[in-house]
Design a protein around this ligand. Sequence first.
Ligand SMILES: NC(=O)c1ccc[n+]([C@@H]2O[C@H](COP(=O)([O-])OP(=O)(O)OC[C@H]3O[C@@H](n4cnc5c(N)ncnc54)[C@H](O)[C@@H]3O)[C@@H](O)[C@H]2O)c1
Length: 366
Amino acid sequence: MTDKYRVVVVGLGKRGMHHALAFQANGRFEVAGICDVDPGRLDAAAARLSGCVKGTDALQVALAVKPDVFCFCTLPNLRSAMIRIGIQSGARLIAFEKPVALNSREGMEIKKMLAAAGIKAVVSHQHRYGEHYRKVEEIIASGALGRVHTVYATATAWMMHNLSHLIDYMRWYNGNAEAQWVMAQAAGDGKLSDLHPSPDYIAGFIQFANGVRGIVECGAGAPDVPEVDYWWRKCRIGAQGTDGFAEVLTAGGWRAVTKTGAASGGGCMNYDLDMPPYVQDIADWLDDDRKVHPCNFDSAYAGFEIMMALCRSAVDGGQVALPLTDVADEIEMLRAYLAGHTVLPSTPANAKEYLRAEVKLIGVSS
Ligand SMILES: NC(=O)c1ccc[n+]([C@@H]2O[C@H](COP(=O)([O-])OP(=O)(O)OC[C@H]3O[C@@H](n4cnc5c(N)ncnc54)[C@H](O)[C@@H]3O)[C@@H](O)[C@H]2O)c1
């Protein structure tokens, strides 16, 4: 026995391996069990994480190990079943990947299960740890922007990949304020059949309780971020206040204009840099209840709820009040509403990603 927190990691793809290796590299943790339904991935992971229990059945591995931390990094179609296993295993904390769920029905079920079990949970919105993301937050918190009235975010990748990230960082830049209502539009059904099912484009407004306006766009119709070459990282998140603005580009550093002048700096989203402090904050929260993890479930859930409300507004029209009080399957709502609708992309690069081969690109020059 060691005094390290014992971890089980389920789903050993890209993000599962990021988590497993970051836990293993941190002296406070020991990866004691690993699981993937793909035996090839399981063996490859076992070769890098020797000495732990391995298996293709998450429940069996979890019950054999009885971990302190149950971590799962499966695709978004698998959430509540894994939360149930994590609770059954007796873990003190569940660490899992965004998005919280694919619809509010499952999201609310997860929230209830975690609350009933009295268990801690974190959701991986780890971009927060990027030096450029943090710099923007520091500038906002210093008061250099005056009274913040607007937070905004755009990403060209689709909703289930990026929107919960965007909303999480907008909320952070706005002092984690709660939202009162949202209003949105959506277009294009192509990515509804993706493993991260999403409308091709969704855009909307968020009214925060502190009076700040949120403006968000995600997907094919989102604007280019010309400062960044890598399409997957064309994300811009920022805040405007009475005395200036500050924004981060996921792969393009930060910049600000305030009363004292213009300033800018580097920084690029980097899993190798973001995962170690994310994992260290898990140890700190396990050690001390007062050191609540910045990516705690309640915060992620508030962002998830905003995302689901945006979907409902896109289908039903009008403003949607928060918090949500009833459950729905927002992806099925969008599927019915957008069936047969083709999106109009805003750039040739977006067209390449979103338009099916048979669709002619009209009005977008290359
Ligand atoms: N936070 C971030 O920056 C970030 C970045 C990329 C992806 N993600 C999220 O991470 C999650 C995983 O994405 P990924 O790219 O690592 O996916 P992936 O496909 O590379 O890995 C998923 C793994 O889960 C395994 N799996 C599926 N069902 C399982 C089961 N029942 N039991 C055990 N293993 C099972 C698969 O075999 C696969 O190895 C997604 O929700 C995605 O949105 C987050």
